[in-house]
Design a protein around this ligand. Structure first.
Ligand code: GAL
Length: 425
């Protein structure tokens, strides 16, 4: 095991540099190299990933791409575990904060304090984000963006067929509109039947029906009273209703294929994070005209999701230089603009000009600020931002078991309470 504090200990770094200079001058100018494990493989995601690769290569780096297909990243996480176990950790990995903390606790991550200090990360990052990147007070990861999962993506032409010009602002009206759409043979809700996508739907219903305080108590704190409440039962009731608005072929469908259903008019709406915007943009669609981006009925809450890269302990000056270069480029002002325009997210870094961003991104920024002023800035459970892996897994399993069966709302509540109790033992 490596000590987290050791990697950029100046003495150690100095010793490495001296030894390198004495042995072979060629090594001192090692080509910064990174192998990047990520799961950005859909159309919009891949464009954003290429922007990072291009920037890295333009700065003299060698990029080894290790994409693992599978939205939400669970396949990538399986690959990561086996790579680390076999002593072959990738240099840089797309990770979420709770997983970052788990890997840091194992001593697997490199310390990025030197780059962070040089580039003033404490000043250019909002405190809410920098905290998520630090383990034991030390930077171990660097954030790329801020996504939100409380969004409905809609096709305005399709909505118009049911006489609607906008997306409903509460779940009751959503149900009414969905019934009208269904009566016309339109799929009201495009969904991919994968547990993480069903959980995104669920967390939005929790927020819409229960409000921000309820989301915090039930999902983040797993407060028993909140979990057992009538409100939670109502959430599962609504999930059962929503199941009826999804087409029969939804099982296993990738999230971007669900987005395509909205794009090509086969379905009216999708509840998905704003990486969906990356798909619309990659297809040349125009926000406000070809598609609508509207927050779900979220009671002024904002379900955030930050992508970041953690650097794993690796040997070799080329790799260490690669990690430092990558970390520094990710928070570059220009890169933050380029990347987030493609990805559908908004910049992680403070002070990036927003003049090139569209109405969806500007709304996101506005809603984020409003939510932060009222304790409504909450982490998404569906994309692993909120809880340690075992607790997320427990919630996801219950949501998906209920959604894909005839389980009653009361049984789902009981299952949720019992399995969370077990997971915490
Ligand atoms: C999330 C990730 C996003 C997006 C999405 C679908 O976990 O944070 O950047 O790529 O998965 O793959």
């Amino acid at each position: 095991m490596y000590s987290l504090k050791s990697r950029f200990n100046t003495k150690t770094l100095g010793a490495i540099l001296c030894a390198t200079a004495l042995v072979t001058p060629a090594l001192a100018q090692a080509e910064p190299t990174v192998e990047v494990l990520h799961y950005w493989t859909s159309g919009g995601e891949a464009k954003a990933a290429v922007a990072l690769k291009n920037d890295f290569e333009a700065h003299g780096g060698k990029w080894i791409d290790s994409p693992v297909a599978g939205g939400g990243g669970s396949a990538a996480m399986t690959v990561l575990r086996s790579r680390v176990l076999s002593g072959d950790a990738p240099t840089a990995v797309q990770l979420k904060s709770p997983a970052i903390m788990e890997w840091a606790e194992q001593g697997a991550l490199a310390n990025l304090d030197d780059v962070a200090q040089k580039e003033k990360w404490d000043e250019i990052l909002p405190k809410r984000l920098s905290t998520l990147m630090k383990y034991d007070g030390h930077y171990v990861a660097v954030p790329v963006n801020i996504h939100r999962t409380d969004m409905i993506w809609a096709n305005p032409e399709v909505l118009a067929k049911a006489g609607a010009s906008e997306v409903p602002s509460n779940w009751e009206d959503f149900n009414k509109l969905a019934e009208k759409l269904q009566a016309q043979g339109i799929v009201p809700l495009a969904l991919g039947g994968q547990p993480w996508q069903e959980t995104i739907l669920f967390e939005n219903v929790v927020l819409g029906i229960g409000g921000t305080g309820f989301y915090q108590k039930a999902l983040i704190e797993q407060d028993e009273d909140a979990l057992k409440s009538d409100t939670m039962k109502k959430v599962f009731d609504e999930m059962r209703i929503l199941r009826g608005f999804v087409d029969n072929d939804f099982s296993g469908r990738d999230w971007n294929l669900a987005t395509a259903m909205v794009m090509n008019g086969k379905a009216a709406m999708q509840v998905m994070g704003d990486w969906a915007k990356g798909e619309f943009m990659a297809a040349g669609k125009v926000p406000g005209k070809d598609f609508l981006c509207t927050a779900t009925p979220s009671n002024h809450g904002y379900l955030f999701n930050t992508d970041s890269f953690a650097m794993f302990h690796v040997e070799g000056a080329d790799k260490v230089e690669g990690q430092n270069l990558l970390a520094s480029l990710i928070l570059g002002q220009k890169f933050q603009e380029t990347f987030n325009l493609l990805k559908g997210s908004i910049p992680a870094r403070l002070g990036v000009p927003m003049d090139k961003f569209d109405e969806c991104a500007l709304q996101s920024e506005k809603d984020m600020k409003a939510s932060q002023a009222s304790d409504g800035f909450l982490p998404s459970v569906g994309v692993d931002m909120a809880l340690p892996g075992n607790l997320t897994g427990t919630i996801v399993d219950t949501v998906t078991a209920h959604f894909n069966s005839e389980m009653s709302s009361q049984d789902a509540v009981d299952k949720l309470v019992q399995s969370l109790e077990l997971a915490k033992e």
